[in-house]
Design a protein around this ligand. Structure first.
Ligand code: SF4
Length: 457
């Protein structure tokens, strides 16, 4: 009998990408076929809820899958917070959240065989442990490695803590196990992934403290993390240090950090030769008033101080950021401050978001809405500034030899592509044999998108 064909459609962040890789694996292990191309019997849509636009794209993908004749299983952040919006869409046979991902196979089997729509979204609870979802074969050349999930910060605009639940950390031992296996398989770069990786270890430390006080027993993963740490504080710098001790790991990317998580210990980690000279620091706004309204835990002076400290250690670091424009109450003056701070920091890349009110978050009801037209104008201005700064950053690399990790997928024009250590996208000609390898290229032309390069013989 032909195997049931399962397709996957992923929205949102690196974490969702990682989760999809895990889901593909569990379906494959259970005997399903997971081909890259349709037609499919069932499409798993791994959703994102971060903005109204991402939610709309997910609904569109569900309708599209249904039109192709497939049944649809909806999972991920959007279904965790808004199952009612999804369960009656055409083709939907199951809706699940972000917990117990392994159970998706059984849910899919039941839904396909009974024809009933199954809704199984488990609520988050305080103190829930990290659920292991190890990935054997990441789908991208740069291997994402999940170390943490959830967030405790509750910024006023953000739906993520409701969707992903409280912060919980994977054990140090389990992280190292997966990292070693990736290195053995030939992956050259590991990208640390999580909802808010700066919170790594907080729950494990709390578990340790409770255990010392005789309050409760650690669960197994926490216990292992404690053993591994040998009495050291369990935090992100510890994980980074342990990972850099793995023989054969060439690149380690910390990637996204909340500004207030950039501690002296973390800055010290940037000195390790394996740790890439790139950080994504979501500044969100350059106005102290707006940062306060957003519930962010730093002010502009603090942010600039962090940037200075980081640049003292790594002068050529690539600093990218997220920026939200049109937050309720953002005046022209606040917006000008944002432009000013962005210019002063000289970010290498910007991701610009228009404020999107998410139901259930405090900012949804904030007064002082900025009109759509004005939001559009501000967004365009920040995007234009971001492009200028990217171009400046890229121009500085012209004529220089840079190391790139060659990705599997070619660019649309057929060129090979890869990113530098400081996260600049590069394109160059070359044979397929270079895919997955670290090579030296020389940059000869810059754009705001990246660099045209030539491989160095
Ligand atoms: S730190 Fe703030 S913006 Fe980031 S996930 Fe947590 S609540 Fe959302």
């Amino acid at each position: 009998m032909a195997k049931i064909r399962i397709g996957f459609k992923t929205f949102g962040c690196k974490l969702n990408q990682y989760d999809t890789d895990f889901l593909k694996q569990v379906f494959q292990d259970a005997g399903y076929s997971v081909p890259n191309r349709g037609p499919y019997d069932l499409v798993v849509v791994n959703t994102c809820a971060v903005t109204a636009r991402s939610a709309a794209k997910c609904r569109q993908a569900i309708r599209q899958a249904a039109r192709s004749g497939a049944k649809v299983l909806v999972t991920g952040c959007y279904s965790q917070v808004a199952q009612a919006e999804l369960k009656d869409l055409p083709g939907v046979v199951a809706v699940t959240g972000v917990l117990d991902r392994e159970s998706l196979v059984e849910i899919a089997r039941k839904a396909l065989s009974t024809g009933e729509t199954i809704v199984e979204v488990k609520p988050h609870r305080a103190g829930q442990p990290f659920q292991e979802t190890p990935v054997r074969e990441p789908s991208l050349t740069r291997a994402f490695l999940k170390i943490q999930e959830g967030c405790d910060d509750y910024c006023t605009y953000c739906i993520v803590p409701y969707a992903r639940g409280p912060s919980r950390s994977r054990s140090v031992e389990s992280i190292l196990e997966e990292a070693r296996s990736l290195v053995e398989k030939g992956y050259k770069e590991i990208v640390l992934t999580g909802t808010h990786i700066g919170l790594y270890g907080k729950d494990l430390e709390q578990g340790k403290a409770a255990d010392r006080a005789g309050g409760r027993n650690w669960h197994k993963a926490q216990d292992k993390a404690g053993e591994y740490a040998h009495g050291e504080k369990i935090d992100l710098p510890l994980v980074v240090r342990k990972l850099t001790e793995i023989d054969g790991l060439i690149r380690l990317r910390i990637s996204s950090l909340e500004p207030h998580d950039v501690t002296p210990e973390l800055i010290h980690c940037l000195r390790f030769p394996q740790v890439c000279n790139h950080l994504h620091l979501p500044i969100q706004s350059g106005s102290d008033k707006v940062l306060k309204l957003m519930g962010r835990r730093y002010d502009v002076a603090g942010f600039l101080d962090i940037v200075n400290q980081v640049r003292k250690v790594v002068p050529d670091i690539g600093l990218s950021a997220d920026v939200i424009v049109g937050f309720p109450g953002e005046t022209e003056e606040d917006f000008e401050s944002t432009l000013d701070v962005i210019s002063r920091v000289k970010f290498s890349r910007l991701h610009v978001f228009k404020f999107s009110p998410r139901p259930g978050t405090p900012a949804y009801g904030f007064p002082g809405k900025v009109s759509g037209k004005e939001m559009e104008r501000r967004s365009k201005a920040v995007i234009a500034l971001g492009k200028e700064l990217s171009l400046d950053f890229h121009r500085k690399l012209i004529g220089r030899e840079v190391e790139v990790l060659v990705e599997d997928a070619r660019a649309r024009d057929g060129k090979l592509q890869g990113v530098t250590r400081n996260y600049v996208r590069t394109w160059f000609d070359g044979p397929d044999e270079l895919k997955g390898r670290l090579i030296a290229v020389r940059a000869y032309e810059a754009s705001s998108e990246g660099l045209l390069c030539q491989p160095v013989k």
